[in-house]
Design a protein around this ligand. Structure first.
Ligand SMILES: CC(C)(COP(=O)(O)OP(=O)(O)OC[C@H]1O[C@@H](n2cnc3c(N)ncnc32)[C@H](O)[C@@H]1OP(=O)(O)O)[C@@H](O)C(=O)NCCC(=O)NCCS
Length: 150
């Protein structure tokens, strides 16, 4: 699968579930795919499509108060690419589009609680680790990672 065949568009919160579930919530109830803030008007959900098949998703939360940063910022959540489509550039396209959307929202910074296993991906996308590793129950070790956009 060439990443040139992929197109990114905004989708509903519920549409993300078909990718979030197998990739991020495997073996858990589908309801576990609902993330806080999913339904806020300011939340942007991106879907990566290979023709009509949704192969990747990414959510941007407008997170001015709840995160560790004080400048206008967005938080990436629910970043997931179907296992059969990984390592084909889909994640890169999603992050690139998330950064475009974030800049147009006036966010100066994007950040995420990155799973340790995905941290090298985010490093390649220009994100940097902030602080120490921490444990998220069920999901394991994480880092806060951030990238200044403006
Ligand atoms: C992490 C994830 C979103 C990356 O998406 P992807 O489509 O596979 O990534 P890409 O193909 O765009 O990769 C871009 C670059 O990052 C590298 N990369 C991707 N995933 C990586 C990983 N887990 N560790 C190290 N490098 C990785 C690729 O090799 C590629 O490198 P290159 O530019 O030198 O060729 C995807 O693998 C995934 O959904 N993983 C499981 C769920 C997960 O961990 N989500 C993140 C939660 S915080």
């Amino acid at each position: 699968m060439a990443s040139s065949k992929i197109h990114i568009k905004t989708i509903s919160a519920e549409t993300t579930h078909s990718v979030r579930h197998p990739v991020l919530r495997q073996g858990m109830a589908v309801e576990s795919c609902i993330l806080p803030g999913d339904d806020l008007k300011s939340t942007i959900h991106l879907g990566a499509y290979n023709h009509n098949t949704l192969v990747g998703v990414c959510t941007i939360l407008n997170n001015p108060k709840n995160g560790p940063f004080t400048v206008p910022n967005g938080q990436i959540r629910g970043m997931a690419v179907r296992s059969s489509s990984q390592n084909n550039g889909v994640g890169r396209l999603l992050i690139n589009e998330a950064e475009i959307q974030a800049k147009s929202c006036g966010f100066m910074l994007l950040w995420m609680n990155a799973r340790k296993g995905a941290s090298d991906f985010y490093l390649k996308m220009g994100y940097r680790i902030e602080g120490s590793e921490f444990e998220v129950p069920i999901f394991g070790p994480h880092y806060v990672m951030k990238k200044r956009l403006l």
